[in-house]
Design a protein around this ligand. Structure first.
Ligand SMILES: NC(=O)c1ccc[n+]([C@@H]2O[C@H](COP(=O)([O-])OP(=O)(O)OC[C@H]3O[C@@H](n4cnc5c(N)ncnc54)[C@H](OP(=O)(O)O)[C@@H]3O)[C@@H](O)[C@H]2O)c1
Length: 258
């Protein structure tokens, strides 16, 4: 059985552990989860009984074929350089903004490196996970794509696009939430109870996304279907444009790519 070690059991490391534990492919691996402090490990172990947990990073990676680092970006260098990593282990990192070449400079130029950028929907198997690689074989890439495809959708991209893609796909989840939050506020002002407003707004966004993902239609084609000439929806859509909605979204995503 191959082993995956996850270093850092916070929001992202914990979500990846939960997702892998539940997924068909992830079940075929021994998971070892390591964290600086014990509390999160105790909670994870009670939810995922067959994982191994520890607070010693070196112990965690000893038998690992894949090591996923999920600590804050500013801790990465110290955490990685403190370890003796076997040269054939795949070093994967979810740390935002840290390039594969930087990771290689902290391990070795020969180390297979995979940079991963999931979003928080990974815990519900609905992440879009971006991968960029350095010094990997096709087998390494296929294995990682297959593992993260089970936690949503995983795609390989060129590393120079990682900043832009992160703004779109990882930060983007916050912008989608902002739309839901704002539309809830409108619903509440019109007298709809908050819980119902949230359900309506979130399900509406889920439906819109499903139409685009399943039918592979362009958003304009789907908008065209609901904007009857002289109708109410076109009034709202035009109001969004008068108020700079598209421009605000574009500027937000460009700002996240700095
Ligand atoms: N959250 C997101 O939406 C998101 C999305 C994409 C990528 N990421 C990336 O994911 C990484 C983790 O972010 P997060 O939001 O999951 O942070 P987090 O919730 O703070 O989790 C980080 C975990 O790392 C542990 N840790 C710190 N130092 C350690 C060490 N020396 N050895 C082992 N464990 C250590 C912390 O333990 P303690 O409990 O002791 O503090 C904590 O549980 C970041 O690099 C971030 O860029 C996050």
């Amino acid at each position: 059985m191959r082993t995956i070690a996850i270093i850092g059991a916070g929001n992202m490391g914990g979500s990846i552990a939960r997702g892998l534990y539940m997924s068909a492919l992830g079940k075929q691996y021994q998971l070892v989860v390591c964290n600086r402090s014990q509390e999160k490990l105790t909670a994870l172990k009670s939810a995922l009984p067959t994982i191994k947990t520890c607070t010693d990073n070196q112990e965690a990676i000893e038998d690992a074929d894949i090591i996923i680092f999920a600590v804050k970006p500013w801790l990465m260098e110290k955490v990685i350089t403190n370890l003796k990593i076997k040269k054939e282990a795949v070093v994967a990192s979810v740390a935002a903004g840290i390039a594969t070449q930087t990771l290689a400079s902290w391990t070795s130029e020969e180390q297979p490196i995979i940079r991963l950028m999931p979003n928080t929907a990974i815990s519900l198997f609905e992440s879009i996970t971006l991968l960029a690689t350095y010094h990997t074989t096709q087998e390494h890439v296929d294995e990682m794509l297959a593992l993260f495809d089970e936690l949503g959708v995983a795609i390989l991209i060129e590393e120079e696009k990682m900043g832009a893609a992160t703004a779109l796909a990882s930060c983007g989840i916050a912008y989608a939430m902002k739309y839901i939050q704002a539309s809830m506020q409108a619903g509440i002002e019109m007298g709809i109870p908050a819980k119902q407003a949230q359900m309506m707004s979130a399900q509406c966004v889920k439906g819109a996304a499903a139409l685009l993902l399943k039918e592979e239609n362009h958003p304009s084609a789907e908008i065209d279907k609901v904007t009857t000439p002289g109708g109410l929806t076109i009034k709202g859509v035009n109001e969004l444009d008068h108020r700079g909605f598209s421009s605000a979204i574009i500027k937000a995503i460009l700002a996240s790519n700095k």
